[in-house]
Structure formats: C-alpha cells, structure tokens
Design a protein around this ligand. Structure first.
Ligand code: NAP
Length: 253
C-alpha cells in the first residue's frame, strides 16, 4: 500500500523557496503548494501549485491549513518578512501542523567594514544626515517613507518595482548584482553612504563588499528576531527536516 501524499505549504518569495520547490519537484510523497504575497511580479514561478495573495492574518492561514489538509509548512519567506512568519508560527501552533523556518545566515562584519547597525528603517533614516550627502538606499519601495522627509540629501533608491513616493532617484533592478557593477554604481553616482537590510545571501551582498572596498559607511538594518521553533539555514538542512517528517508520518509496514 502506498502512503497518501502529504501537502506541504511553502511560504515563498525568496531564492531559497524557489530552490526548495525545485528540489522537491518529482517527490511523489509530497504535493508542494508555494504561496506568494503578490507584491512584485514573479520573474520565475516555482514548479508545482502556486497561490498568490494574503491569507487574512494568522486566523486566515489556520483556516487555509485546515481546508487544504496541509501536513507540513516551510516558511521560506525573507528574513525581514516578520509578519507572515509570526502568522505562520501562530497558525501552525493552533492547528498542530509541523513548521520549519528556512533562514539564510545573516551577513557578518568583516575587517574594513564601517557598519552602523540600527534596529529599523526609521532609525536608518535618522542616522543618515550625519554620515553623508549622497545615500544609496538598497531597500524595498514600502520602506522608503521615513527617508522622504530628509532634507538636503541626494537619495538614490534601488528596487524591483517603482515606488509611489517622490524625492528619490530610482533605479529599477532585480539582483543578483556583481561586485564590479556595484562598485561602478557607487563611484559614478558619488555615493558616500549605503543603507541596507542585513538580508544575508549572495545575490545582494556585492554592494556591501563594494562599500568596504571604497571605505564607505553602511547603515545596516538588523533583522527582526526569528520565531521560536525548528530552523534550517540551508537547502540540505530543509530537505533533511522534510525527509524526517515524511518518514515519521509513514504508516508502519
Ligand atoms: P510581511 O510584512 O511579513 O507580510 C505582510 C503580509 O503579506 C502578511 O501578513 C500576509 O498577508 C502577506 N504575505 C507575506 N508573505 C506572504 C506569502 N509568502 N504568501 C501569502 N501572503 C503573504 O511580508 P513582506 O516583508 O511584505 O514580504 C512579502 C513577500 O515578499 C514575502 O513573501 C517575502 O518572502 C518577500 N520578500 C520580502 C522582502 C523584505 O525585505 N521584506 C525581500 C524580498 C522578498 P495576510 O496577513 O493577509 O496573510
């Protein structure tokens, strides 16, 4: 007798979630449903089922887990997507569905780095005036508001989709970015301070390395604390967690 398929809800929107969906494609023990917030137009869709849009908070997510008979949840959302991660933790607690949070390691300071660590975007904006006159903001369009009020600074902001706010020089681009290109960008625009979230991962690290080489200060927004519970910091670790859960849910022979 073959074991029934387990439905795995993969909360996505990151390179890691795409890699996990690809790694799990073809595993007959699982049906993978990737969930995307739908904020940006996805440039590459994962294999398997994809759903788009919010669930309606933790209660909505809990209802979805019950309705769809979800057996496992992997939260592979961005380290700064704290609300969906908190909702996932709450909904899984309530429904008893096992949950893994996949979190890429944060970047750590290296020799030559001039980081000023701040807790959030508001603190990052408050810190800028003392640090430079031309800032490169490598943050999302929904995080620009605290910077809009700054006077006398040139603000160059890079993001995937155009913002609603005025007052910024906008560069529309999606990573990965190379060290050579980041260095050229910072030099040509005469940037003297960089603002970044500590996202971790390789795709957007080049601006941090370029700032180090150019001796520029970086206002580094630290991550929100992760949810308690099981965590994986790599694709292999996530696959191993899933494999263990599948084995433990198989009926005895
Ligand atoms: P967030 O603040 O944690 O979540 C806000 C709301 O968006 C959630 O309460 C939920 O709505 C909905 N949501 C978020 N992720 C979702 C998902 N994967 N599937 C369904 N609904 C989702 O999230 P965020 O920081 O705006 O990020 C949104 C998405 O962009 C995430 O998928 C994240 O992985 C990705 N992303 C974020 C960043 C970043 O820096 N924040 C960077 C790159 C990619 P309901 O309450 O209605 O369920």
């Amino acid at each position: 007798m073959t074991a029934p398929e387990i439905r795995l809800l993969l909360l996505g929107g990151t390179t890691e979630s795409l890699a996990l969906a690809e790694a799990l494609a073809g595993d007959r023990r699982l049906t993978v449903i990737t969930s995307l917030a739908g904020r940006t137009v996805a440039h590459r869709l994962p294999p398997g089922e994809v759903r788009v849009g919010g669930f309606g908070g933790a209660p909505g997510l809990a209802a979805y887990l019950r309705e769809r008979g979800i057996g496992l949840v992997v939260d592979a959302t961005h380290p700064f997507a704290a609300t969906i991660s908190r909702n996932a933790a709450q909904a899984c607690r309530e429904t008893g569905v096992p949950r893994l949070q996949m979190l890429r390691p944060a970047w750590s300071r290296e020799a030559g780095d001039r980081w000023l660590e701040v807790p959030d975007v508001t603190a990052a904006a408050a810190a800028l005036p003392g640090l430079g006159t031309t800032a490169f903001l490598a943050i999302g369009r929904q995080e620009l508001a605290p910077f809009a009020a700054l006077k006398g600074l040139r603000l160059i902001a890079r993001m995937v989709d155009p913002p609603d706010l005025a007052g910024f020089e906008i560069i529309l681009a999606r990573g990965p970015f190379s060290l050579a290109d980041e260095r050229t960008l910072l030099e040509n625009a005469r940037v003297d301070v960089v603002v970044s979230k500590n996202s971790g991962g390789d795709a957007t690290y080049a601006k941090i390395a370029a700032a180090r080489r150019l001796g520029l200060p970086v206002v580094m927004i630290v991550r929100p604390p992760p949810e308690a519970g099981d965590r994986a910091d790599s694709l292999d670790a996530a696959l191993s967690w899933i494999s263990t859960r599948l084995t433990s849910s198989e009926p005895p022979h």
